[in-house]
Design a protein. Sequence first.
Length: 278
Amino acid sequence: MAIITRTNLAAISAYNGLVSATKLFSESSLRLSTGLRINNPSDDPAGYVFSERMKTNLRSLEQVQRYNQTSRSMVQTASDGISSIIDLLQDMRQLAVASANSTLTTADRTANQTQFSSLRDQIDSVANNTFFNAKSLLDGSYGSGTATLKFQVGADANMTITLNISSLTAAAIGVSTLSVDTQDNANTALTGLDSAIDLVTNEAANVAVVDNRLEKAGDLVSNQIENSTTAISGVEDTDIAEEAIKLALTSILRQTSSAALAQANLYPQTVLSAILPG
């Protein structure tokens, strides 16, 4: 075996080992301090692309989740207005039933008509003044063929739930010309009010279905957020136990590499001393 002193191969090997151990030590230290396995794209290019794509989707889902309750609040505002109109129609029907009875006098029916007209005017007031964020919901602004309310329920395009609400003014539901000032008119009013109640309750059911769909969509988004967060964590988060073991191991390797390098640097001098004693 040749004895070489000009090129210290042992020192070079020890130095390379020290550099490698220091690199691994730094990587483990960074991962433990940040809690992330992927701190730079170069750490895992494929994992980085996957996690960033998932993060984009996750942030969109979180935005959908934030606005889901706002969407439901709009729908529920419309539902509350519709319920008020149904109550008013039921009150009007009670007056029509009373006026259809022969026990009432003309004066009684006149009093009923005054209240009947007031209730009818209140229907128009509710229909024209049920607003959410400056949007009028019950006056026909969002009737079929006019405009459509669209609620985003997913992270991608066209993931929407739509809603149309017909006009619920007194004229639109067919009660604007009804009266209870005579017995015959009261009987006619009963038929008209029954039709109006059927129409408005169907509209209430239509709105309620959309509210239920929004609730279910919100539950689905919550599950998607949880699953996406878990997937991202599995790709980019640090395994603390594994990295702690690596850190301890690389710390030992750094120490032994440093010791080996120190000894290797003494090797040429030791050889020369042995060959060329003082």
